[in-house]
Write a new protein. Structure first.
Length: 280
């Protein structure tokens, strides 16, 4: 499952000449409608990415997701300078530096992040960190830069269309809910591209009588950016990468559950679902 997109102007905000807002001023995606159009989930994902950074929830999601962000350069994970007890503002600072460096932003941009972050975001974590961060991102992150384009994928709204797509395919057969603490964000920088991978885990709603959750599954949204400034969306893809059926479930029911997933997704054999409970 893949899809390639490019904007004729090379500007992620241009949308290839298509307006992104409706008459009421809201950004247009089928997710705004009560009737989600599964066939348009990739288009929706791109349209969300094309919004300006200040109109996305990056400033709200980075503080709560900071410890669950992993940055890789040419296959090697970047060691973030974080430790237990760090404030959310400190964690976000280290994450922003790591992403800017991995994206090969100009030294001037990295210098501004180092020297101006504390002007906006209080080091002790006091006040509304998310609003402080919003002001910082708006003021310091250059518009249409590599950092801008990557950060525009680092928030919760970007995963909604993919999740709705999964839900649309499975909801008539299986009921499930979010697994708290399972959201992980990985950024892979290599060969002039950036591959952004969001992963989450869903679990079955507990059986009314036994309370057992029959299954859980892990899914991933992958978006690949390319171009000199990472201004093009080269790939948008979603897949279920692991299904775990509870040991108490009978063989027949277990086969039925796996069969439902296999009907729509290519599952790796014996893939296990692992969850880190630290974050939401």
């Amino acid at each position: 499952m893949g899809c390639c997109f490019s904007s004729s102007s090379g500007d992620k905000g241009s949308g290839g000449g298509t307006g992104l807002k409706g008459k009421n001023g809201q950004y247009k995606t089928s997710a705004w409608s009560t009737d989600f159009q599964e066939s348009k989930w990739k288009e929706d994902t791109r349209n969300i990415w094309e919004r300006e950074l200040q109109h996305l929830s990056v400033h709200m999601d980075l503080p709560r997701l900071g410890h669950k962000i992993q940055v890789f350069v040419d296959g090697k994970q970047v060691e973030l300078k974080m430790k237990d007890g760090d404030t959310k503002s400190k964690v976000v600072f280290e994450v922003l530096l790591a992403i800017a460096d991995a994206a090969q932003e100009p030294e001037e941009t990295i210098h501004f992040i180092r020297t101006r972050y504390d002007e906006f975001v209080k080091a002790d974590g006091s006040g509304d960190t998310s609003q402080q961060l919003k002001s910082f991102l708006t003021e310091v992150v250059p518009h249409d830069s590599r950092l801008d384009h990557v950060l525009s994928l680092c928030h919760q709204k970007i995963v909604f269309p993919a999740f709705y797509s999964i839900k649309t395919k499975l909801q008539d057969h299986l009921e499930f809910k979010d697994k708290r603490g399972s959201w992980v964000l990985q950024l892979f920088f290599e060969r002039g591209k950036c591959r952004v991978v969001h992963s989450k885990v869903q679990t079955a709603k507990p059986d009314f009588e036994s309370g057992i959750e029959e299954f859980s599954f892990k899914w991933e949204l992958t978006v690949v950016l390319s171009g000199l400034l990472l201004e093009y969306v080269e790939l948008i893809d979603v897949n279920v990468v692991g299904v775990d059926v509870h040991e108490s479930v009978g063989e027949g029911r277990a086969a039925e559950i796996r069969g439902i997933f296999n009907e729509h997704y290519q599952l790796a054999e014996a893939a296990e679902v692992e969850v880190d409970e630290e974050a939401g």
